[in-house]
Design a protein around this ligand. Sequence first.
Ligand SMILES: Nc1ncnc2c1ncn2[C@@H]1O[C@H](COP(=O)(O)OP(=O)(O)OP(=O)(O)O)[C@@H](O)[C@H]1O
Length: 944
Amino acid sequence: MFRESKNKVEMVMNTGNLETSHRLNGAQRLRECCFIVGFLAAILLAVALYSFNPADPSWSQTAWGGEVKNAGGRIGAWTADSLFFTFGLLAYSLPAVLAALTWVFFRKRSKNEPLDFMLWGTRLLGLVVLILTSSGLAALNFDDIWYFSSGGVVGDVLTSLALPYLNLLGSIIVFLFLWGAGFTLLTGISWLSIVEWIGNISITATAWFLNKVRGSEKETLEPARESFTAEHTEPEQISSDMTLSDQSEIMQEEPEEQQPQPSDDETEHYQELEEKTHRYNIHMPDAVDDLEQREEALESEQPEPSLRSQQLHTTIEELEKSALEQGDMPDQVESETAKDVQPEESVYNPLADIDLETEKQPVISAEALDHVIDDADMQTGRIEPVISDIESVDIDEPELDAPEVTEPERKDPDVAAFQNIVSEAQKNMAGAQNPFLAKKEEDLPVPTAPMPTLELLYHPDKRENHIDRDALEDIARLVESKLADYKIKARVVDIFPGPVITRFELDLAPGVKVSRISSLSMDLARSLSAMAVRVVEVIPGKPYVGLELPNMSRQTVYFSDVVGSKQFLDAKSPTTVVMGQDIAGEAVIADIAKMPHVLVAGTTGSGKSVGVNVMILSMLYKAKPEDLRFIMIDPKMLELSVYEGIPHLLSEVVTDMKDASNALRWCVGEMERRYKLMSALGVRNVKGFNEKLKMAADAGHPIHDPLWQPGDSMDQEPPLLEKLPYIVVVVDEFADLMMVVGKKVEELIARLAQKARAAGIHLILATQRPSVDVITGLIKANIPTRVAFTVSTKTDSRTILDQGGAESLLGMGDMLYLPPGSSHTVRVHGAFASDDDVHAVVNDWKARGKPQYIDEITNGDQSPDTLLPGEQMEGDDDIDPLFDQVVEFVVESRRASVSGVQRRFKVGYNRASRIVEQMEMQGIVTPQGHNGNREVLAPKPVTE
Ligand SMILES: Nc1ncnc2c1ncn2[C@@H]1O[C@H](COP(=O)(O)OP(=O)(O)OP(=O)(O)O)[C@@H](O)[C@H]1O
């Protein structure tokens, strides 16, 4: 009508809405009026109370006709008088109370903010209690105002009720506490939080005040045990050199965490949580990272699953569908038949089919097959002569590209009989040549690789090297607390997990002696429930002490792992040997030529023989026979005889102790010869000698033997000098040698150990008896490199290493290696080479060549010509004083056993065996036979 446009209409409507929204509805209007009146009353009340004049007319005063002084007029005077009369001093607070009540009840509220009557009921109750108790307290404690009691009538009534029963103090206390309860009812503020808040304020104020008083001088906190823990838990937040104010600043920075004071349980929970998040410095071995990287690489390298393997995961329906689409679905009849014969098979497997068929052949009759075909025909409605009889099934089978299936039923009886005869003959042959019996190797095919390959060795499957950080941290905490039990303040700073043990590096508090921890190693092992704990007193380059604890699950360090390591592959020397892995899993290798001799000791079963085998095998991986030769002495006849026949051997493996001393004597002679040769060529060692020889040969002037004299051989001119190989002498049970041959061996070994280094002759001596009569001072002084496997006592450890520690090893190849020229032992987990590994490498070398034994090494009879400088003929030894008596006894008893002589004459083994050998030399008894017995050659004395 009069509104012209639609827009305008909307605008007018909107404006109308807005206008109505600003108007109050009926109830609201009433409430707002009450709100205004309430405030008016509060203001008037305040005016009346604060301008109260006792001379004004009121309930209590009669002042007729006088001028009213009260600013609230006559009403104000009467009201004020009434309130002062009723509430006393408390009347002054009533305007504020009235204003507050007005605000609470009449202010405009939103719909989502309804009045909580329960809450307001308690508040009202609180207010009443507060007013009553305040009046009571005022009546008891304050003077009257004007002519009113300070507590008003209310206070007077309350006190008159309380005083006869509670007396003054009791009444005050009761009113005070009720007042407190009323306050909490009214405000909802807990008195506990008020107390804590006051405490906080006072501490902060005191700290602030103290710092103010001390001026710029800042207080430094002592790193006490508590702060020590704090440092651990929040190192980046609270450090020991922070001032108190700094710390309070930090506290203020996190008010949410500091202000709501937690309960005791919560505090404990937080402490636990803090301790859980306490991270130690764990050094993961590189191997773990490598492993992870390799795993990732392997995963990324994994080829896409082939179509065939994809098909394995599809259902038969999907396969059929796709086959139909591609048009290579087999004949319906065939598939149906197959279904009947093999209802379970969902994926086609030719091998499974063959097995099934061959198994089923005898039980499927032609009738049954016909029945199957009938069924199929009925289902398909097609008649096709697919299977005619059983034979046709058999003949069709080879099409399936299956392995040969033996079918004894169809064999000719003559052929079967012939085969029986042949197999019987083969069995007899096999019985004669039992493969489990050690036998001479036939000519093996020569390997194509120039040196043995790593494929010969056992390669373990990929091993999980899972390191549980939380478990390690738990152990670290346990270590700290156990040490604290023994009053040792120490803190774990670094953790090095390894394949066999984990090293915890401890930072000791100032003044704690390392020896205290060392002496506690047994107690620590017990309290940590560990097999053994080794204390590393000095870690080179670090101010810490090491505590080595065995891992829960131990990993075997395989020879193939270490021999395939970069360090070993990079090493050039032919005498490089593998030791094992250090505590962090890094390969430890050494060079025998630099050692130059090594002593290996440990109790039986500690892994010595495996260790020695590993050393020999690693040299077989590095050196050709022209570079390195071995002389092996093995009194046990077990450990080293496996090497018999490798081209590196200079002589057969020596198992007779007499031959062993000959071999050692030969070595001394060879050493002397080499020295003469080297001095003739003016070189200082074997390496220099070989280089000079090569240089001369390359230059076309090969060097002839300068020591040759006419008559030494049938040749007319001196022979050409040949390359000198390193010679490594391995003695597996050195104690045996010392026991049987005695002093002579000690002398020979000492001579070799002193001088053989430059001549390229090196010794590996292993013993399971690390006692001072075996490892004598003379030998020890000349053999600087030692390897200690587990020993039973600390004394044994000292005998080998000149320090303790080997008694705390874990066995199974766990060793302490004392490198040459060092007094610090290195803990090494020895590499493990199985018998199969040894055989594989040995066979590989046997296939490459035959050894050329030097007979004089073992058979070299002692004659005045072959005597070494300074050596005496054995026969020149003084005849034993007991000799004549022993001869008499032996000739009479006709028994020439060493033990018999020992028993009869009460002498030691060495002396008895020497006397028997002297008798042998004089032809009184025969040499030892195969059974160890000797026969008496001298005739029995004739008795009259
Ligand atoms: N490095 C190693 N890792 C794992 N197991 C090892 C290792 N070395 C040795 N062993 C285990 O310890 C056993 C004993 O080792 P070995 O025969 O070398 O001891 P031994 O000290 O030579 O004893 P004995 O003196 O009696 O010959 C081995 O059969 C093997 O099972």
